[in-house]
Design a protein around this ligand. Structure first.
Ligand SMILES: [Zn+2]
Length: 256
């Protein structure tokens, strides 16, 4: 038996993927300037750099939305909460997180002295939405198109001014805004699931390699064949989520 097989048998397992939807809000930096027109701000002019001001996170299937901010928790404790949540996650769902939220978090946690987080699979829903060629890929426009909610109106820069000034009303609003973003991101996951090719095969948790990779369901109908360049595979249709599934030679199912 190989080392990998022995460790696979020993490692603690979860029956379901722990899917964390997450969104951060950054606070603007402040800088000195003499002119506003076409200005590049040199680092010497920077008084304070932008930073993560708060985050909201929700476990799939749980109702609670975790929210932590530098206002309520302080920067250090906020980042610690964030690090612990990420360490528990098998899958992290974001909207534009691969180029925004996740690198932001990685950098701030690194300089705060945290070890790298335990690996997770990133599912950035903007990548799925890019497959749709919508005229707008903004989260607000996309969820409105689906009819599953909308982003809260922030009122613009005044909210961030209030947050920087430590105004409790501004932070309460920031919290509602941040939490709403997580809520609608998770709803969007449910909508685009059969198109989200970055989702992991759910059979990794149930140890059922023959289930629908997209939703974990077993109501699969054999419809015909999926033709590749050289090989044809059995083609199944998931009656639960609508995904098209092919069966590989080793018996594993894949999104077709
Ligand atoms: Zn399915």
């Amino acid at each position: 038996v190989s080392l990998s097989d022995r460790l696979l048998a020993l490692a603690p397992r979860h029956k379901e993927p722990r899917v964390l939807t997450i969104d951060i809000e950054t606070l603007p930096g402040t800088a000195l300037y003499f002119s506003r027109w076409n200005v590049n701000i040199g680092m010497a002019n920077v008084l304070e750099s932008p930073r993560i001001g708060c985050f909201a996170a929700k476990w799939y299937g749980k109702r609670t939305i975790h929210f932590h901010s530098e206002h309520r928790d302080g920067q250090k404790a906020m980042l610690e909460r964030l690090w612990h949540l990420l360490n528990e996650a098998d899958v992290v769902v974001t909207y534009n997180g691969d180029s925004f939220d996740i690198p932001w978090i990685r950098g701030e946690l690194a300089v705060a002295g945290h070890d790298p987080w335990s690996p997770f699979l990133s599912v950035d829903l903007i990548k799925t939405v890019r497959r749709f060629k919508f005229d707008s890929k903004r989260l607000d426009d996309v969820v409105q198109r689906y009819g599953i909610g909308r982003k809260m109106d922030t009122g613009g820069i005044e909210l961030w001014k209030g947050a920087l000034a430590g105004d409790s009303k501004a932070w309460a609003k920031m919290r509602r805004y941040n939490c709403m973003d997580v809520e609608i991101t998770e709803r969007l996951l449910d909508e685009v699931r059969p198109y989200a090719t970055s989702l992991p095969h759910l059979g990794q948790w149930t140890r059922d390699r023959e289930c629908c990779p997209s939703c974990g369901g077993n109501d699969l109908t054999l419809v015909g064949l999926v033709y590749g360049k050289t090989t044809a595979y059995p083609k199944l249709h998931c009656e639960d989520c609508g995904a098209w599934v092919k069966v590989l030679r080793n018996g594993d199912t894949r999104l077709a």
